[in-house]
Design a protein around this ligand. Structure first.
Ligand SMILES: [Zn+2]
Ligand SMILES: [Zn+2]
Length: 349
């Protein structure tokens, strides 16, 4: 079968991948569509260290082909969106509703794929850039059959991370003020999360003026090409400032833009060794800096909820998909994503 493989140096689309059968508690999914997220490119350029060879991709949707023993919540033929969270479901963190904090979900990549008899790693417990993948049962979330799979493919990373950061981590409230720095795949979802939460003023900041229309479509009430103008709109600062780019100077800007009791939420991913600084005295008035893993999501609950919101027309998914590519055109899709020519490119099988 076909798939996108990074061997540690170069990336290629291969057609001789194999996948093992699903074991107990696992689901075999025929992937129909998979979003190309910057984290995939970050593996290729080394920003996210990951063992190789690896099958890339970490947000996808498809159709269940088979389930292993003990799986009852989905069966062959069901449409599913995939999360990247292979949490165990049984530890104290899982039990308290914090699957993103499950220690068994992090840092233990499996190797369900093989090629010429040699095993390949699975990226983010997911590897959606393959015609078929095997995931843990908790990662396969049933979605309605009428949801386009090219749109559903985007829920598993960008939507869970961006909307989840707003609803689950920051807990933005009705009438709050929000600043969103960066309007890529994550930033746009933060914007629509803020709209869903009922934020009153939502300022999008992106150095690319061409992003204004799409930022407003997703929920921005104001658009600026530099954070310098934010105080003209919000003289006291913002209740919530989301950094969605991953640059330390922008993290500093987010903190400096906070109102009293405000919180900066860090969603961008700078290099692992990057350090940022802030004025300690600027934090005295009950301000906070929040990390956020994967939108602090609970995928079985959240993905189903986002699917319902989409069907009600309250959550935008189709508008995130700027371009679809056959998987063979991965290089073009990666180049378009790298140069910011697409909100989200989607690979289809
Ligand atoms: Zn991603
Ligand atoms: Zn757990």
């Amino acid at each position: 079968m076909r798939g996108v493989v990074f061997d540690g140096t170069r990336t290629e689309v291969v057609d001789d991948l194999e996948i093992r059968d699903p074991g107990p508690g696992e689901v075999l999914v025929a992937v129909t569509a998979a979003g190309l997220c910057h984290s995939d490119l970050s593996v290729i350029d080394g920003t996210i260290p990951f063992p190789a060879p690896v099958v890339l991709g970490h947000e996808g949707a498809g159709v269940v082909e088979a389930v292993g023993p003990g799986v009852g919540h989905v069966g062959p033929g069901d449409h599913v969106a995939l999360s990247t969270l292979a949490n165990c479901g049984a530890c104290a963190q899982c039990d308290r509703g914090r699957p993103t904090m499950c220690r068994k979900a992090i840092g233990r990549p499996g190797r369900p794929f093989s090629r010429g008899g040699k095993p390949l790693f699975q990226f983010a417990s997911n590897s959606a850039f393959a015609e078929r993948t095997v995931v843990r049962a908790v990662q396969a979330v049933k979605i309605p059959d009428d949801l386009p799979l090219t749109s559903a493919a985007l829920i598993g990373c960008g939507v869970l991370t961006g909307v989840g950061a707003v609803l689950n981590r920051a807990k933005v409230g009705l009438g709050d003020t929000v600043v969103v720095i960066g309007t890529g795949g994550i930033g746009l979802n933060v914007l629509q999360g803020a709209r869903l939460a009922g934020a009153l003023t939502v300022v999008a900041v992106d150095s690319n003026p061409a992003k204004e229309a799409v930022a407003r479509q997703f929920g921005a009430t104001h658009f600026l090409t530099s954070a310098d103008g934010v105080r003209d709109i919000l003289p006291d600062g913002a209740d919530h400032a989301f950094e969605c780019v991953g640059r330390t100077e922008l993290i500093r800007q987010a903190i400096d833009l906070l109102d009293r009791h405000g919180q900066a939420v860090l969603l961008g991913v700078p290099a692992v060794s990057a350090e940022a600084s802030f004025l300690v005295s600027s934090m005295y008035l009950d301000k906070s800096i929040l990390g956020c893993r994967y939108g602090s999501s609970r995928p079985q609950r959240d993905i189903a909820r986002y699917a319902d919101l989409y069907r009600e027309g309250r959550l935008l998914l189709d508008e995130l998909v700027t371009e679809t590519y056959p998987v063979e055109d991965f290089a073009k899709a990666a180049d378009d994503a790298h140069h910011g020519r697409v909100a989200r490119g989607v690979l289809v099988f």
